[in-house]
Design a protein around this ligand. Structure first.
Ligand code: ADP
Ligand code: MG
Length: 240
């Protein structure tokens, strides 16, 4: 569903993705971890072309993302993206935040979009907050709305970039629980996170990045019990 072939990216003279080969099959959850500035966000953002690559190829559902001819609006409609910041529209209610893209981008009738939104709010456990504004919600609730908003487009892929990093500890699990549920339902996901409990439990594979490279990829069991590279061991030693 997602495939990177020898992808390279620079920011100016800074080589931030180095010969990245990476894939996520349909229904898999890939967890990406690694130190700050290793390129995790950049990798994720290349998938929906928030960043453009210099060389190599990226395919999403067999669509060549790197190709200038590819319709990026169509591509993005298939990919939900939840980042660390709560980028909900502050002047819109929860319901409006969730329904705006389906109505505007996919021409879904408002009534239908609202019915879908209510189902999604139920799924993320906040069906009673449809009329609230983002400022009236806790951080955990806002992230769950952000997930519901992504799901409202009926995406084939969900991308998460440190979705719980800005949350108070007691709210982390309510967000991870929603992600666990999505994984169990067979959503294809790429997740940047330092929540290693989540990785152990949910990941189809764990990818470790350092300095723009993928250093190691393994099943959670292999990754956590027998990491091969010294840099992986050192990283795990610091965060576990
Ligand atoms: P991570 O998510 O692992 O912390 P990033 O992908 O955000 O890493 O960043 C990788 C490297 O690219 C860092 O050195 C960062 O400073 C640099 N970088 C990220 N975004 C930009 C940008 N828009 N312009 C210039 N440099 C950037
Ligand atoms: Mg990042």
């Amino acid at each position: 569903m997602i495939e990177f072939k020898k992808v390279n990216k620079w920011f100016g003279r800074h080589h931030v993705l180095k010969d990245i080969d990476f894939h996520v099959k349909a229904g898999e959850t890939a967890v990406i971890c690694g130190p700050s500035r290793s390129g995790k966000s950049t990798l994720i953002r290349c998938i929906n072309q928030l960043e453009r690559i210099k060389s190599g190829e990226i395919f999403v559902d067999d669509l060549p993302v790197h190709d200038k001819a590819t319709n990026i609006t169509r591509l993005r409609a298939e990919i939900g993206f939840v980042s660390q910041q709560f980028n909900l529209y502050p002047h819109m209610t929860v319901m409006e935040n969730i329904t705006i893209a389906p109505i505007k981008v996919k021409n879904v009738p408002r009534k239908t979009a609202e019915a879908i939104a209510l189902d999604l709010l139920e799924k993320v456990g906040i069906h009673d907050r449809a009329g609230a504004y983002p400022a009236q919600l806790s951080g955990g609730q806002r992230q769950r709305v952000a997930i519901a908003r992504g799901l409202a487009m009926q995406p084939k892929i969900m991308l998460f970039d440190e979705p719980t990093s800005a949350l108070d500890p007691e709210m982390i699990n309510e967000v991870l629980d929603v992600m666990r549920k999505l994984a169990a339902e067979g959503m294809t996901m790429a997740v940047v996170t330092h929540e290693m409990g989540f990785a152990r439990e949910v990941a189809s594979k764990v990818v470790f990045m350092d300095d723009g490279r993928i250093i190691e990829t393994g099943t959670p069991t292999a990754f956590f019990t027998a990491p091969e590279d010294e840099r992986t061991r050192s990283f795990l030693g610091k965060i576990l």
